[in-house]
Design a protein. Structure first.
Length: 302
């Protein structure tokens, strides 16, 4: 265990990540400082940090793949930056990416770009305390496909521009976890979009989804969930549908939903939410002309 000035370690969103007994020390640790680092360094200490996130990903993936003694390990990348402009085409496999340091008044380092990892076997990347910023491009900030599995975002911020289509689009990428993140900016399509294919084990929990110009969370009708998936304990503000679950497969529980749409029929609230009444519980909906409606509203027992 690393020695720090914090005898009990440091946590992000309740997850120990520095110096504590709960930290995963099984793998190699890399350090990135986008202001003063150099990609010619080995990146194994703050005294010789890498400059770019992309270089840390390359070194991490080589390390994880080098032999059987690494396959079940988890590496760590500590990332410090003001805002790095980058297009991430590969995520670090089996790695925790942890934002540290001070970016003016912010504790999250920023990455501006549209990121679509296509590396095969892209498993188990976990992002903590990273600020993902969308450029003025009509694309998602994060695009996950079936080459990815088990991607997680904890305590991150996603900032959209007026042209950003979605903050996160995930298609056939199971075990996606989005915990305690903040989504801001008027996305054009949906803040989080779950596409056709396997989305089993997806958990979208405890997030603030704000200012969506369209749908808050959109689930495709052809989405499948071999393992139960949940949308729980979120605050979702949207121009139209707060949650649009066309698959009728997600368990949607204890969310606070705010829509700018006017509701025609309170028994369905169809303009403001699309939730399977038999998989929803404890959600409260406020729309243009209704306030704090417990949703699903319809009694399905008769």
């Amino acid at each position: 265990m690393r020695l720090t000035s914090f005898p009990k370690g440091i946590q992000v969103c309740g997850v120990p990540f520095y110096g504590g007994a709960g930290q995963d020390n099984s793998g190699t640790t890399y350090f990135v400082d986008n202001n003063c680092g150099s990609d010619s360094n080995d990146g194994l200490s703050w005294g010789a940090p890498l400059k770019t996130f992309a270089r840390a990903v390359v070194l991490n993936n080589i390390d994880i793949a080098r032999g059987s003694d690494r396959w079940a390990r988890r590496n760590t990348i500590y990332y410090a930056a003001d805002t790095e402009t980058a297009t991430i085409v590969a995520f670090p496999n089996k790695c925790d990416v942890i934002g540290v340091g001070s970016y003016d008044a912010n504790s999250k380092p920023g990455i501006t770009g549209n990121h679509a990892p296509v590396n095969p076997g892209n498993y188990g990347t976990r992002f903590f305390n990273i600020w993902f910023k969308g450029p003025a491009v009509a694309s998602p900030i994060i695009t996950l496909a079936n080459s990815s599995s088990g991607i997680q975002f904890h305590g991150c911020t996603f900032s959209a521009t007026s042209t950003t289509t979605t903050a996160i689009t995930s298609t056939a990428s199971p075990f996606l976890k989005i915990f305690n993140c903040r989504f801001e900016g008027a996305v054009a399509t949906a803040t989080i979009s779950i596409g056709a294919g396997e989305a089993g084990g997806t958990e979208i929990v405890g997030n603030d989804i704000l200012e969506s110009a369209a749908v808050g969370i959109l689930v495709n009708a052809a989405t499948t969930t071999s393992w139960r998936s949940v949308i729980k304990d979120n605050l979702i503000q949207a121009a139209t549908l707060t949650v649009d679950d066309n698959s009728d497969l997600f368990y949607i529980i204890n969310n606070r939903l705010i829509s700018a749409a006017a509701v025609t029929t309170i028994a369905t609230c169809a303009e403001a939410s699309d939730i399977n009444a038999k998989r929803g519980s404890g959600n409260y909906l406020t729309a243009d002309n209704v306030t704090n409606v417990l949703w699903p509203y319809t009694d399905t027992t008769t």
